[in-house]
Design a protein around this ligand. Structure first.
Ligand SMILES: Nc1ncnc2c1ncn2[C@@H]1O[C@H](COP(=O)(O)OP(=O)(O)OP(=O)(O)O)[C@@H](O)[C@H]1O
Length: 224
């Protein structure tokens, strides 16, 4: 479903601090499965996921999504593919302060033109699933770290993406909530969605919800 071929990524190319964060990644990711990336800090996990999610381009190499090459497309196409195909949950939640949990969740769906009432209903259903109904109208800066993370998860799901990309999604959750998040992952894949996540948490990487673990070191894949 996602094919990554010979992907390299350099930061600060041509400068004294040039750094190759990815050094030749070849990987096929199956649809409908949870793939977890693990590896030491700085091994390139986040860099790889941002490239797969069309948030950044590889310096060389290719990424194909459902057989279509996306790595070389112009930005306006990438924006559309991102919105249509991917939901992101990042370590920094990137929520908009001053807006409520509910407003943050529906934000990525506004450009789709779906009626507001439909979006609010979808957002409320997600909040209920994540046990956050009572905080719907609270401004996000009033929420705890774990609550903010659940708002970020709901926001990633509002456009019903095919692929969910989650970078350390449970970093701010206690083990009960982390366990619930893993349960949610199982329901995503049961619905045919593909999940890519990074984690340092053994509870996540060793969870029954994870189908495949990919290990990275120094910008390369290593045998898990
Ligand atoms: N924008 C950037 N400019 C320069 N170097 C960068 C940039 N982004 C990442 N790097 C470097 O690339 C390397 C890989 O970073 P990356 O965030 O992908 O690692 P990671 O495996 O996700 O780490 P962690 O587990 O700590 O999140 C790191 O050495 C990092 O410092």
């Amino acid at each position: 479903m996602i094919e990554i071929s010979a992907v390299h990524k350099a930061f600060n190319q041509g400068q004294h601090n040039e750094y190759w964060a990815l050094q030749g990644i070849d990987l096929r990711i199956e649809a409908g499965k949870v793939t977890a990336f693990r590896g030491p800090s700085g091994s390139g996990k986040t860099t790889l996921l941002t490239i797969v999610g069309c948030l950044a381009r590889p310096t060389s190499g290719r990424v194909r999504l459902r057989g279509e090459e996306v790595s070389g497309l112009p930005e306006r196409f990438l924006t559309e593919i991102r919105r249509r195909s991917f939901g992101f949950v990042f370590q920094q939640f990137n929520l908009i302060r001053g807006l409520s949990a509910l407003e943050n969740i529906i934000l990525p769906a506004l450009p789709t033109g779906r009626p507001r009432a439909q979006l609010v209903a979808a957002a409320m259903a997600l909040l209920e699933q994540l046990q956050l109904t009572q905080r719907a109208q609270a401004k996000v800066e009033w929420l705890s770290g774990g609550e903010q993370q659940r708002v970020a998860i709901a926001r990633a799901l509002i456009n019903d993406p095919e692929v969910i990309i989650a970078d350390e999604p449970t970093a701010n959750l206690d083990s009960t909530l982390a366990g619930e998040f893993m349960g949610l992952l199982a329901s995503f894949t049961a619905a045919g969605k593909t999940v890519l996540l990074t984690s340092h948490d053994p509870l996540v990487v060793e969870s029954a919800a994870v189908h495949r673990v990919v290990a990275m070191r120094d910008g390369k894949l290593i045998e898990a």
